[in-house]
Design a protein around this ligand. Structure first.
Ligand code: UDP
Ligand code: MG
Length: 320
């Protein structure tokens, strides 16, 4: 066997105890049917159930299943980054542990990769188990993202994809701490192609993405890929100043012609409240970017690895 595998599968696990067995049951036959060397890098993202034990158990049966145990729950994007930076394959496929990403698609990924594509992504044909509201939100997000940033995000595309080694190296070298993977994958460019698939329901457990978490994720993504929200206020300010100037002229003429009239309480209150609101929104947006700069400047590591099992130094057995 060559010193490094041809294909690395990277899977983040957070409280996926019930899914672990089923996941490998479906993935391993697909890999076995392919004539190439492989490894599966399982990133345990601080699970609080027995996911880690099950992963170690799987590693005992199949040493090509390797485990990266993070020191706490860092979030899916960070877990993926940890996996990507430890994968050694010529091609890397990140996928979810809940079987929403059908392993049966992997042979098609490999086929396109051999044709010379650097990124092969899977396009969801339908979103199962999603309400009308969340579908509308997703649509609004993509629309806004396309308007505000200069990297168009492919629609209905998640993290399930194949990345060539050169793309993985570029992503690993990116220093930014805000890992909006969807955006990063699109931003790097290279020769990309999509394959449609039907997304299945999550096998066990619930999605870890609540409404609030999803909205903050979307906002973070926008902020990471566009400075438009910062710059728009210059335009808003100019327009408001323009109106204010017009109003000043009107008031002056009116005063000169008709003399001073006292009423005007409503207009003053309305204008003050409106401008106060605009200023607070602006401050909030600037604050968000400032917070982002603060996070980047601190330069803390993206993730902390507690132990590696089957990877690197302690290649044999579970090193606790
Ligand atoms: N995940 C993770 N850390 C987290 C949340 C999720 O590693 O903090 C993993 C999770 O175990 C799964 C994948 O990310 O393998 C996708 O999570 P989920 O199914 O909850 O997201 P959805 O499919 O709803 O987007
Ligand atoms: Mg899922």
């Amino acid at each position: 066997m060559p010193s490094h595998p041809r294909l690395s599968i990277v899977v983040p696990f957070f409280n996926e105890s019930l899914n672990v067995g089923h996941f490998f049951d479906r993935l391993l036959p697909v890999l076995a049917s392919q004539d190439l060397s492989w490894e599966i890098i399982c990133v345990n993202d601080g699970s609080r159930d027995d996911t880690l034990d099950r992963l170690i158990e799987a590693h005992r049966h199949e040493p090509r299943i390797k485990v990266l145990d993070l020191s706490r729950n860092f979030g899916k994007e960070q877990a993926l980054s940890a996996g990507l930076s430890n994968a050694r394959g010529d091609a890397v496929i990140p996928m979810d542990a809940d079987l929403q990403h059908p392993p049966e698609l992997i042979p098609q990924f490999l086929e396109k990769w051999r044709e010379g594509y650097d990124v092969v992504y899977a396009i969801r044909r339908q979103r199962t188990g999603q309400s009308l509201l969340s579908r509308a939100q997703a649509k609004a997000f993509y629309w806004l993202f396309d308007k505000l940033s200069d990297v168009p995000l492919p629609r209905e595309v998640g993290d399930f994809r194949l990345l060539d080694r050169k793309v993985v190296d570029v992503i690993n070298a990116m220093p930014e701490r805000t890992r909006f993977m969807k955006g990063i994958f699109a931003w790097v460019g290279f020769r990309q192609v999509g394959i449609p698939y039907e997304q299945e329901e999550r096998l066990y457990g619930e999605s870890k993405w609540g409404m609030m978490k999803l909205m903050s994720f979307a906002f973070d993504g926008l902020v990471a890929f566009s400075d438009y929200p910062l710059r728009i206020w210059a335009v808003v300010g100019s327009v408001i100043s323009g109106f204010a100037f017009l109003y000043i002229v009107i008031r002056l003429i009116k005063t000169l012609v008709y003399g001073i009239d006292v009423p005007g309480y409503e207009s003053i209150i309305v204008i003050m409240l409106f401008l106060g609101g605009v200023q607070l929104i602006t401050l909030g947006i600037i604050g968000h970017y400032l917070g982002r700069v603060f996070n980047e400047v601190k330069g803390r590591p993206l993730f902390i690895i507690r132990s590696r099992i089957g990877l690197g130094d302690d290649a044999e057995g579970p090193g606790q």
